[in-house]
Every structure is written in structure tokens, then in C-alpha cells.
Ligand binder design. Structure first.
Ligand code: ATR
Length: 262
């Protein structure tokens, strides 16, 4: 998607994929800096490790405790500093707006999952001023921990561990359940009917339609998978590196072509 975006804007830049073992991450970052890279993206398991390997953390990386984007920026004497950013949470919110037209302020949201992705989503939703947040996770203590964090940081958000009895504006899956063909749905339909939901977002984008999304469609909910989140976290990284607005539609077409062959 980045190479498609560079081409669309006539930029003589190139995005390359490099496989790096975690024990070589520090050297790889130094190497990229020395070779004149504009920046880097990092994925699992490097996002947490890189926090201690950059010269400065942007507010986004500080907030989420993880780095998925680095930009090399010259200081006053021309020495390159590595600045760490995190564009994942932003990507989620932009995708919810673009793909589901969800207005988060004042919304009621049921969030499934309290792992790394679930925690970031929960805190970002609270920061976007949702009214009520229902947290469900197989390991209940992890949901309780996040609920405690939100109560402290965002006291105006009503946070409950467990399924809602009322209707919600959005159900968001942040568990990994659905990645494998044999996986069931992360939602317990005995506890919550999809008829109670207006929209359902699954962070999983492969398969394109999980069991959760199929059931949500059958219940006439608006639905979207996580491909838009992938596109938007990339678009934000593109803007950080180039300082130019990202051609989001071009990036989305490139990602869909690569992931779904369309
Ligand atoms: P990520 O960084 O993608 O969030 P993670 O931190 O390993 O990955 O979190 C995985 C999430 O999927 C967790 O919410 C996990 O539930 P637990 O906290 O109880 O482990 C959830 N998950 C994974 N497999 C699951 C399963 N078989 N049933 C229910 N939840 C599952």
C-alpha cells in the first residue's frame, strides 16, 4: 500500500519488508538510520521492544506503550534522531468512521477481548468519549484490570465488565478468535443477541468474513472487518514520514488486491 501511495504521489520512495529477529532489532534500527531510511514500521513482536530503542517517544507511543512507526529526524546539528509513534489506535477510529460511520462520542460499545489489541481499543474508545463501555474477555481478570484503568483515567465513561442488557451502537471484536477456520464466534449469543447491535466491527480481516460478521449480517447489523484499520494505521504512518496527505483510497485498493486478490 505504501509503494502504491508513493507512486500515486510521484514520490521516488520505496517501502521494503525486512525480516528481523527480535535480538537484532536494535542493530536493524541503527542500520536503517545509517542507510538513510526515512523511517520504519514495526510489527509483532517488535512493537513493545522498540519503546526502549528510540531517542524520543511521541505522545501516541507513550499513551499506548508500543511503537509501530519510527521516523528519523535530523536535530539542530544534523544528527538523525529516531522518533517512535503508534498509529494503531488512530487507525481503528478512522476505520470505524469511514467503514461504519460510527460516531464514538456518546456511543454504547461492547468490546470483546482484553489482550494487547483489546486494551488499546478500550482506552482509545474511552479517550474518544464513548458513554458506556462493556468489556468481555475469556480471562475476566484482564477485562477487570482494563476497567480499573479506564475508571481512573476517564471517570466520565461508564465501564462495565460483562454483557450489556440494553442495545449498543457497536460491537467490536479485538480477540484473535476467528483467525482460524475452526474458531467459533467470540460472542456468546446466549448472553447477547446481535439484534441488540447496530454495527459490528471485527479487527480480523483474514478471513474477510468471520463467523461473527456472518451472524451480524444475518441480524441486519452494519458490518466491517479490520482491513480499514490496517489501511488507516498505514496512512497515518505515511503522513508522518512524508508530511503529505495519504492517498487512502489508493492504499486501500492496493491492500485489498494483495490480501483478497481483488
Ligand atoms: P493481541 O495482541 O492480538 O490482542 P493477545 O494479547 O494474545 O493478542 O490477545 C488475544 C485475545 O484473544 C485475548 O483477549 C484472548 O483472551 P484471554 O485474555 O482470555 O487469553 C482472546 N482469545 C484468544 N483465544 C481465545 C479463545 N479460544 N477463546 C476466547 N478468547 C480467546
Amino acid at each position: 500500500m505504501h509503494n502504491a501511495a508513493f507512486a500515486a504521489l510521484g514520490l521516488n520512495w520505496q517501502y521494503v519488508a525486512l525480516e528481523v529477529e527480535p535480538e537484532n532489532l536494535r542493530v536493524a534500527i541503527e542500520d536503517a538510520r545509517a542507510k538513510g531510511f526515512a523511517g520504519l514500521n514495526l510489527t509483532v513482536p517488535h512493537k513493545l521492544l522498540a519503546v526502549d530503542m528510540v531517542d524520543e517517544l511521541d505522545a501516541s507511543a507513550k499513551t499506548w506503550g508500543a511503537v509501530n512507526t519510527i521516523k528519523f529526524v535530523p536535530d539542530a546539528v544534523g544528527k538523525l534522531r529516531a522518533i517512535g509513534f503508534n498509529t494503531d489506535a488512530n487507525g481503528l477510529v478512522n476505520s470505524l468512521r469511514e467503514d461504519l460511520a460510527v460516531e464514538l462520542r456518546g456511543a454504547k460499545v461492547l468490546l470483546l477481548g482484553a489482550g494487547g489489541a483489546g486494551r488499546t481499543a478500550a482506552l482509545k474508545l474511552a479517550a474518544e468519549s464513548v458513554a458506556e463501555l462493556f468489556l468481555v474477555n475469556r480471562t475476566v481478570s484482564k477485562a477487570e484490570e482494563i476497567a480499573g484503568e479506564i475508571k481512573k483515567q476517564f471517570p466520565s465513561v461508564k465501564v462495565v465488565v460483562g454483557y450489556p442488557k440494553t442495545n449498543v451502537d457497536l460491537v467490536l471484536n479485538a480477540t484473535s478468535l476467528g483467525l482460524k477456520p475452526e474458531d467459533g464466534s467470540p460472542l456468546d449469543e446466549k448472553q447477547f443477541s446481535l439484534k441488540q447491535a447496530r454495527a459490528v466491527y471485527d479487527m480480523i480481516y483474514k478471513p474477510a468474513e468471520t463467523k461473527l460478521l456472518a451472524a451480524a449480517k444475518a441480524a441486519s447489523c452494519r458490518t466491517a472487518n479490520g482491513i480499514g484499520m490496517l489501511v488507516h494505521q498505514g496512512a497515518k504512518a505515511f503522513e508522518i514520514w512524508t508530511g503529505q496527505p495519504a492517498p487512502v483510497a489508493v492504499m486501500r485498493r492496493a491492500v485489498e488486491g494483495s490480501v483478497y486478490g481483488v
